[in-house]
Design a protein around this ligand. Structure first.
Ligand SMILES: CC(=O)N[C@H](C=O)[C@@H](O)[C@H](O)[C@H](O)COP(=O)(O)O
Length: 243
């Protein structure tokens, strides 16, 4: 791994198209879970700012308060790095920005890209994915990323009119095995079949894996846990020492 100088905080990418700004780069997902020590919008904002200092071309943030906080801080600092927002409601089934109401709230909180559940499972509000995307476009100018768990999900999401698809839910919906690292097989399928930006996300745990995902055709690579979740990272080391 080479050391690289920190990127200037101001205006890291002037591109008006958020997806173009992400191309070929690293998106850092900054999330802390309910009850955790770091679950505080100020903390997640500091983590997001640190990730931008390190060269992230995009940030992914969960929860309305965190999205508001991060986007406000970025605006104040003149940072134009796109923020992908999501709202997790619940912990199983369709829980990543599950309804149109959640999606609109995420966009209104300041996200330029809204990540929504992009699976073929029934949504809690009864709307189809296509109706959700259409509704979001009617109310906001945000782009839509579909968090998918399989090729069939991504094909359906493309047909529903999303702007990008991600491998985010691979290994979590029962359609794909939960691979040790990123699901490179699914990534390759999506790159081959889907004529939209394909974002590699989920279990990218090392720079080498991120590089491999990009070389496999990913538009951008999202890393969460391995950069921003110290409890899990600590556990990796503790496990290694106690093995
Ligand atoms: C399945 C699910 O709920 N994924 C969530 C989606 O936002 C996050 O918990 C993940 O941290 C994120 O996708 C990044 O992945 P990883 O932390 O593995 O780098």
């Amino acid at each position: 791994m080479t050391d690289r100088p920190p990127t200037s905080l101001a205006g890291t990418d002037p591109s008006p198209d958020p997806l173009v700004a992400l191309r070929g780069g690293l998106v850092v997902s900054c999330q802390a879970y309910p009850g955790e020590a770091m679950r505080d919008p100020r903390t997640m904002t500091q983590v997001a700012l640190a990730a931008v200092e390190g060269g992230a071309v995009g940030i992914r943030v969960q929860g309305i308060e965190d999205i508001e906080h991060v986007t406000r801080a970025f605006a104040e600092a003149g940072i134009t790095v796109p923020v992908t927002g999501l709202w997790k409601d619940g912990a199983d089934g369709v829980f990543i920005t599950p309804t149109l109401r959640h999606a609109v709230a995420v966009a209104r909180a300041g996200a330029t890209i809204v990540a929504i559940d992009g699976t073929r499972r029934p949504r809690p509000d009864g709307l189809s994915l296509a109706a959700t995307v259409a509704g979001l476009r009617e109310h906001t100018s945000a782009l839509v990323m579909a968090d998918c768990g399989s090729l069939d999900d991504a094909l359906a999401a493309r047909d529903a009119g999303v702007d990008a698809v991600g491998t985010t839910l691979s290994g979590y919906t029962g359609e794909r095995p939960r691979t040790q690292g990123p699901d490179l097989e699914l990534l390759a399928q999506l790159v081959e079949r889907i004529d939209l930006p394909v974002i590699a996300e989920g279990r990218v745990h090392s720079p080498a894996q991120a590089r491999t995902a990009l070389d496999a055709g990913a538009w951008a690579v999202v890393v969460g846990t391995a950069i921003t979740h110290p409890t899990t990272i600590t556990g990796w080391f503790v496990d290694a020492l106690s093995a």
